[in-house]
Design a protein around this ligand. Structure first.
Ligand code: GDP
Length: 452
């Protein structure tokens, strides 16, 4: 996701500013210009970027800041708040309630991922105990019904559509009626998308909306559409009452900044993002953790939740302590491997931290990765306590590696590979040194501080 690059550029700009001995107008301007450049390169609309810059300058009036104020912190906070503001329209979207019938209509251009997203949205809620149903009111694209039917069948979600009927309004109304009778609590209506914004499409969308009276209209947008995002989102908003946005293909090479523009254009929040073609590659979108991650501040709330979820209670304080000391020994790696095998992919945990990636356990190759981890652990079983506890990688000379290879029945090449993996993780781990890690109860205090 190229948004990560945007985050990198912004945090570098903040870092450079922090390195300056005195923070004056010039240093602040340089930092803001750097951030502006990064946002524009990521396809965020020019006007939004300009407004953000003006707002930050208004908030951070260097002359007014009394001596003793931490200017760097105030500036960083202002940037954080402005980015959150860009992504947060200030009012939450309608949230369907379990057990009470809601109709949710999906709109978007053809190819945006609308049909796929309808099923992901249904599947997400189904897993949480809802009774969703899908209605295919896309009579324009040949094969749309088949696609929805196939996805719905796979996820065991009831669906409605027709090969014969060409009136989308009629199908939408029939489908919604049927599923209301069947007591489905989340009725999802997929409408047709076109290649471009045509008057006929908007008229049809308006009619389907009028006939089915959706509680929520979700605008689906491909994250790669770039600068066109603002206009496209606004055009949809002018025809139907868009109440939420889902941004798809965030896993690709899209710059992603268009998402920020879409929020501004529709004044509606992004509620989910699509991160792949599969049904479960779909994530709830939360502004604050997203922006903290973007700024390299790390998603502490997500990370802490994950630590509490995957690391056994009695090991948590110790792990956090080790994390803040920054010394990553082979024994810590071994213990973390045990946790992964027991409870789930480390990628999920580590991807929440600045600089971490899921290289150890690439998506879709979990089985392979597990086998690798087990292999590494067998080799580590042949290590001495000194080797496991030493933070010095130079200790592992050739004769030690040979002994470990022999002891575990593995090739020395594999031992070397395992040690490389260790070095890679240790390097990342060392970045955590000195970080103050909040305890579980302190999380809300932390977010309050960040948002104060
Ligand atoms: P529609 O025309 O808007 O209904 O779009 P589709 O749902 O048919 O999706 C178009 C293409 O985008 C399909 O190949 C989908 O598999 C793909 N797609 C949808 N969402 C995502 C996503 O989040 N990530 C990726 N990589 N592909 C996606």
């Amino acid at each position: 996701m190229v948004l990560a690059q945007l985050g990198g550029s912004i945090s570098r700009a903040i870092q450079q500013m922090s390195n300056a001995t005195i923070i004056d107008e010039k240093v602040l301007n340089e930092c803001l210009n750097e951030i502006t450049r990064a946002l524009l390169q990521s396809d965020v609309q020019f006007k939004l970027v300009r407004d953000m810059q003006t707002n930050i300058k208004k908030i951070v009036n260097l002359d007014d800041l009394a001596a003793g104020h931490n200017k760097r912190k105030i500036i960083q906070q202002a940037i954080f708040n402005e980015l959150c503001k860009m992504l947060d329209p200030g009012k939450p979207s309608f949230t369907p309630k379990k057990g009470k019938t809601s109709v949710v209509m999906f709109v978007g251009l053809q190819g945006s991922g609308k049909t796929t997203t309808c099923t992901k949205y249904a599947y997400y809620h189904q897993k949480k105990g809802w009774k969703p149903a899908l209605v295919c009111a896309d009579t324009f694209r040949a094969g749309a019904f088949d696609q929805l039917k196939q996805n719905a069948t796979k996820a065991k979600i009831p669906f409605y559509g027709s090969y014969m009927e060409s009136d989308p309004v009629k199908i939408a109304v029939e489908g919604v009626e049927r599923f209301k009778k069947e007591n489905c609590d989340l009725i999802i209506v997929d409408t047709s998308g076109r290649h471009k914004q045509e008057a006929a499409l908007f008229e049809e969308m308006r009619q389907v909306s009028e006939a089915t009276k959706p509680d929520l209209v979700i605008f689906v947008m491909d994250s790669s559409i770039g600068q066109a995002a603002f206009d496209q989102a606004q055009a949809f908003k002018q025809s139907v009452a868009v109440g939420a946005v889902i941004v798809t293909k965030m896993d690709g090479h899209a710059k992603g900044g268009g998402a920020l523009s879409a929020v501004a254009a529709t004044k509606s929040p992004v509620i989910f993002i699509g991160t792949g073609e599969h049904m479960d590659e779909f994530e709830v979108f939360d502004v604050k953790p997203f922006v903290s991650r973007l700024l390299g501040m790390g998603d502490w709330s997500g990370f802490m939740d994950k630590i509490h979820e995957v690391v056994p209670m009695d090991q948590q304080p110790e792990l956090l302590q080790k994390l803040s000391e920054g010394n990553f020994t082979l024994r810590i790696m071994y213990e973390q491997f045990q946790n992964i095998l027991k409870m789930g992919p480390i990628g999920q945990v580590f991807s929440m931290l600045p600089g971490f990636s899921a290289e150890l356990m690439p998506k879709g190759r979990e089985k392979e990765s597990q086998a690798k981890i087990k292999r590494y652990m067998t080799m580590m079983d042949s290590m001495t306590n000194e080797e496991l506890d030493s933070p010095n990688p130079k200790l592992m000379n050739e004769s030690r590696m040979m002994r470990i290879a022999r002891g575990s029945g593995r090739h020395i090449r594999e031992v070397m590979e395992m040690l490389e993996e260790y070095k890679r993780l240790a390097k990342i781990w060392s970045k955590m040194k000195g970080l103050k890690i909040p305890k579980k109860g302190e999380m809300s205090a932390l977010s309050r501080n960040m948002n104060a």
